[in-house]
Design a protein around this ligand. Structure first.
Ligand code: ACO
Length: 335
């Protein structure tokens, strides 16, 4: 059997909850304002699931759309990789639940945990499986339900206003012509700054692990972030990583036709784009409508940008992310 020279994204889909939560609505429960949130982050609104809906339900719906967009049936999938920092339950990982929901009993399924960079980490794994003949069609899914895990209190307002719920998925398979597809993917991790953006509980450092003495007043159960520190590193690392990826394939900044950056803060993306001399025409953002959906962000943005007809055959597409860990990554694909 001849092995594929390259992998490509064969189809993409996304799913967002119907309920829109505006900045004004958050301002009714937190000491914040539409003006502050929009000016600092670019966000106007985000989506929240109904009570009782978890991230695997969103994942299933996004996955079905991605499989259909690839012109395939669920039964064509032979590997499922998913990521979330908001799984349905603490263990097992969402991959088991999504496999079951899609009726894919028996196929290999596992979780990746790299927060906002997860999609690109998963893409690199999918690429390896496809190019080494380990799988023909890899379903890659990011899905998050943040709304049930953020603190609606003023001390967390800088975190809470940023996050929304959603899911995005792609199918990765062999490049149809062996030329188009994933050209390079560059991944990084710097554990020294893990405490700058984290959620401590539930964790094995504490006994009992589920911290039965935890009360909502204890920060243990809520995400913590040093916003300014994260912001500075995100701008620097995403820019660097994109340049590194361009160097690997011998391309220049001007060759990028579409930049799809992670959506943590519109100001971060504008600074990264400025450094690369990329104008609005060559960049897509949707943070204004959805906030940060962590592992789901890039596949949602990719699916939306494809649906809008903004990516054309042979375009050089750049995907870039930065997030908790710290982790960051950039990928270049010839579409
Ligand atoms: N509403 C009103 N005021 C607020 C809010 C809010 N929601 N949040 C913070 N403030 C106040 C602060 O208390 C502070 O007040 P002070 O000057 O009286 O002390 C002031 O606004 C400025 O606070 P900063 O934190 O310095 O504001 P900044 O301009 O840095 O914006 C933000 C904060 C939006 C969080 C920004 O730092 C940011 O986006 N950081 C990066 C986030 C990110 O990239 N995360 C990574 C991905 S997430 C993942 O991987 C899971």
């Amino acid at each position: 059997m001849e092995l594929p020279k390259r992998s490509h994204i064969l189809g993409a889909g996304f799913e967002l909850p119907r309920t829109v939560v505006t900045n004004d609505e958050l301002s009714a429960v937190l000491d914040t304002s539409d003006e502050w949130i929009h000016q600092r982050s670019g966000i106007r609104e985000r989506r929240y699931v109904d009570d009782g809906e978890g991230s695997s339900a969103l994942a299933e719906r996004a996955a079905r759309k991605a499989i259909a967009a690839a012109g395939l049936e669920p039964g064509d999938i032979d590997l499922l990789i998913c990521a979330t920092l908001s799984p349905d339950v603490d263990f097992p990982g969402n991959s088991s639940f999504i496999q079951q929901r899609l009726g894919l009993a028996g196929i290999l399924a596992f979780d990746v945990r790299n927060q906002c960079s997860s999609f690109l980490y998963m893409l690199s794994v999918a690429d390896q499986y496809v190019r080494t003949g380990g799988a023909r069609h890899v379903l890659v899914i990011g899905s998050e339900v943040h709304s049930s895990g953020i603190e609606y209190a003023d001390r967390s307002r800088h975190v809470t206003v940023l996050f929304g719920d959603g899911a995005g998925a792609v199918v990765v398979g062999a490049s149809p012509d062996g030329e188009r597809g994933l050209l390079t993917i560059n991944l990084h991790c710097e554990g020294a700054y893990a405490d700058k953006l984290c959620l401590l509980g539930p964790g094995s450092l504490r006994k009992p692990r589920l911290a039965l003495d935890w009360t909502p007043a204890d920060i243990y159960g809520w995400p913590q972030m040093d916003g300014r520190f994260v912001f500075r590193h995100a701008v620097k690392r995403m820019g660097e990583c994109i340049e590194e990826a361009l160097a690997v394939i011998g391309a220049s900044k001007d060759d990028i036709r579409m930049l799809l950056p992670h959506q943590a803060n519109l100001r971060i993306n504008q600074l990264v784009a400025m450094g690369l001399r990329i104008d609005d025409e060559r960049m897509a953002n949707n943070i204004e409508r959805y906030g940060n959906t962590t592992a789901a962000t890039i596949p949602i943005l990719l699916a939306e940008t494809l649906d809008a007809g903004r990516i054309h055959d042979n375009d050089l597409v750049c995907l870039a992310a930065f997030g908790s860990g710290f982790t960051w990554a950039a990928a270049l694909l010839r579409w």
